[in-house]
Design a protein around this ligand. Structure first.
Ligand code: NIG
Ligand code: FE
Length: 413
């Protein structure tokens, strides 16, 4: 594998591009206008119509885009990428009629991935997650969130988060780590949920944060996971350490989690199929991003749609992500999620594209460095073998990437 430091530099003048609408804030070009982009020392210096290129950039090293469509690097803002094993058997159980909750209660679900994750050592987890990451990167992903939550004990959560950090270094991709110790109750704490939450708040989180392994803190707030009060305890512990929070909220029922998360200034509330009007109002006030996860909705054959119209009317930014995980969303294509967000959730194409770029970056607190092509931002962009931006949502099961520039280097192409 080529170390990212050996990827060719993207510095120079990129021409022969077609700028996707919304890709560069403040720059609107006619659909067929040739766009150009200047990268210097890994940072975008200028973007606009080729015809308007300032003379000072004309002599820079040329990169011919060959007429490709260009978008910002995609951001996958919700994944559980690091885990042991897989759960195809549960897929079969659900096909035979069992619900996600029934599978979980029968000892399957998250806890079965916990067993496999605890058994795997760090190198094995790294190798398995790296193979998955490569597929996401091949779809144009330039920044990714990776959660823990399949260890549920200090050493195993640490192992997951260390693997996440190593992946970022090995591939030269921006990784944001999220501590999800409160994902499920580990079997050894059966009937002692309060004790486990104490462990999460008083030992696991402070230790992992001190090791620099935690960029944000998440909880699965649900009937089959943790209560609203337990969620708040974890949020308080995060706040005490100055860490931002996010929440798996209202996926299977309306627990009031989104409103609580909003009170803590959450970066995002994710899933939100059962989000209430109060939850939406609270998210609007706090500027919390709504992260839509059509892969989980699809896999669980859910029929309860997230309140898209109300979110849109309230002006709550909507992101779209893979939620890659072995139980409810075993997908490795963020572009497929763009397609599903449109087909299943009726997002417009521009909404779905903003959902995997600018709004996804915001859901990770990365809005100053990712999700847009703008002067001063690190160069993260994708060249596509496509003509119209709408094709990004229209095709599914294709890999239309022509080239990927990640962190100022040509990672693919
Ligand atoms: O985001 N909802 C909770 N967590 C995951 C599923 C985890 C699993 O089943 O392993 C999700 O869908
Ligand atoms: Fe999730």
């Amino acid at each position: 594998m080529t170390p990212p430091s050996e990827f060719p530099s993207a510095d120079g003048l990129w021409t022969g591009l077609r700028l996707a609408p919304g890709a560069a804030p403040g720059v609107t070009l006619a659909p067929d206008a040739e766009a150009a982009l200047v990268v210097a020392q890994g940072t975008v210096r200028w973007v606009g119509a080729r015809a308007d290129l300032p003379a000072e950039f004309a002599g820079l090293a040329p990169h011919d885009g060959g007429g490709a469509l260009v978008t910002p690097g995609l951001v996958d803002c919700h994944t559980h990428l690091v885990y042991g094993g897989q759960r195809a058997n549960e897929f079969a159980m659900r096909l035979a009629g069992a619900t996600y909750e029934e599978v979980a209660k029968a000892g399957g679900g998250i806890v079965s991935s916990v067993r496999a994750t605890r058994e795997a050592d760090e190198d094995k987890l790294f190798a398995q997650a790296a193979a998955r990451l490569e597929q996401l990167l091949a779809d144009g992903v330039c920044a990714i969130e990776i959660k823990s939550g399949y260890g549920l004990a200090l050493e195993h959560e640490r192992k997951q988060l260390r693997v996440a950090r190593r992946l970022g270094e090995a591939y030269g991709v921006t990784v944001r780590t999220t501590f999800l110790g409160a994902h499920a109750l580990p079997p050894e704490y059966a009937g002692r949920s309060g004790d486990y939450i104490d462990l999460v708040c008083k030992e696991m989180l402070p230790a992992l944060a001190a090791e620099g392994l935690v960029d944000a803190v998440d909880v699965f707030c649900e009937r089959i996971a943790f209560s609203l009060a337990e969620t708040e305890q974890v949020f308080q512990a995060a706040k005490a350490l100055g860490l931002p929070v996010k929440l798996h909220a209202e996926q299977l029922s309306d627990m009031g989690g989104a409103a609580l998360a909003a009170r803590y200034g959450a970066l995002s509330c994710d899933h939100i199929e059962h989000l209430s009007a109060d939850g939406i109002a609270a998210m609007r006030q706090s500027g919390t991003v709504a992260v839509l996860l059509p892969g989980a909705y699809y896999t669980l054959r859910d029929t309860h749609l997230p309140p898209i119209d109300a979110l849109r009317a309230a002006g709550v930014p909507m992101a779209v992500s893979t939620d890659h995980n072995p139980g409810t969303s075993p997908t490795l294509s963020l572009l497929l999620m763009v397609n599903m967000a449109c087909t299943l959730f009726r997002l417009t194409v521009p909404e779905a594209l903003a959902g995997v770029t600018v709004h996804a970056a915001r859901a990770l607190g990365l809005q100053d460095t990712h999700g847009a092509i703008a002067p001063g931002m690190p160069a993260n962009f994708v060249l596509w073998n496509l003509h119209d931006a709408a094709e990004l949502a229209y095709w599914f099961g294709q890999q239309p990437v022509r080239a990927v520039v990640r962190q100022g280097r040509i990672a693919i192409g």
